[in-house]
Design a protein around this ligand. Structure first.
Ligand SMILES: [Zn+2]
Length: 244
């Protein structure tokens, strides 16, 4: 392969940077996708757990209701039994003692009835809420699926765009000397995909540090790879820009 001058190589690096900037952005977007997909799944799991919890609570309340209903029935039967026995009693004392006992059970029962009504209200409310949550979940699940499909489609688009860009890159990269390109790639990796920066108004386009005129002149000559003293990115200056 024909040996390129540093001037030509810097020109190639500028072209490469334009490609690598796109590769950087697309790769970063692609790298964020698995996390995005995971967070969608986690959000759905969380909602599912909430619904499951509400259903468990409902079951629990239904059990408590059943217990109260059972105990009420038992006590009602006890009252009937005692009332049946009332007329077999021999003394007034026995009679009034049993009446007091029956009254006591009736008071208990009215409290139990209040509990039963309270549990029935709770159950009705919980059932309504659960069915609303389930409907909402169906919508959220469908939306999540749409979102997943979009992400997967976008990932495919990014892949094909990346392979185009890498092909372009491979057409340029071999023309640059190994030590030059490896230096460039190292900066690219360490500086968020930006290794080549042009000089704007006498300062570095990467970190905006003011550059000494001597550095700017050297950059303009393109006889060597000149880096910014602060951010260490490779500096260049557009050929058609006049330097004062
Ligand atoms: Zn800089």
């Amino acid at each position: 392969m024909e040996q390129k001058s540093i001037k030509e190589q810097i020109g190639l690096l500028i072209g490469l940077q334009a490609i690598d900037a796109q590769i950087y952005v697309l790769s970063k977007e692609k790298a964020s996708m698995p996390g995005h997909l995971r967070s969608i799944d986690e959000m759905l799991e969380l909602k599912k757990t909430d619904i499951k919890q509400a259903e468990d609570n409902l079951k629990n309340t239904q059990l408590k209701l059943k217990e109260k209903e059972g105990s009420l029935q038992q006590k009602e039967e006890q009252i009937k039994k005692l009332q049946g026995q009332l007329y077999t009693l021999k003394t007034n004392k026995e009679y009034s003692t049993m009446l007091t006992e029956i009254e006591g059970i009736k008071v208990d029962n009215s409290l139990t009835e209040e509990d039963i009504l309270k549990f029935m209200d709770e159950i009705e409310f919980a059932k309504k809420k659960i069915s609303e949550e389930k409907e909402l979940f169906k919508v959220e699940e469908a939306n999540a699926q749409k979102e997943r499909d979009n992400i997967n489609l976008k990932a495919k688009e990014i892949d094909s765009r990346l392979s185009e860009l890498n092909e372009k890159r491979n057409n340029i990269a071999p023309s640059i000397e190994k030590h030059v390109i490896s230096r460039y790639e190292k900066i690219l990796k360490n500086k968020d995909g930006l290794a080549m920066v042009h000089i704007e108004d006498g300062s570095c386009g990467g970190c905006h540090l003011n550059l000494p005129p001597q550095v700017i002149s050297e950059v303009k000559l393109r006889e060597d790879v000149i880096v910014c003293g602060s951010c260490l990115r490779i500096l260049y200056i557009d050929d058609n820009v006049e330097i004062s």
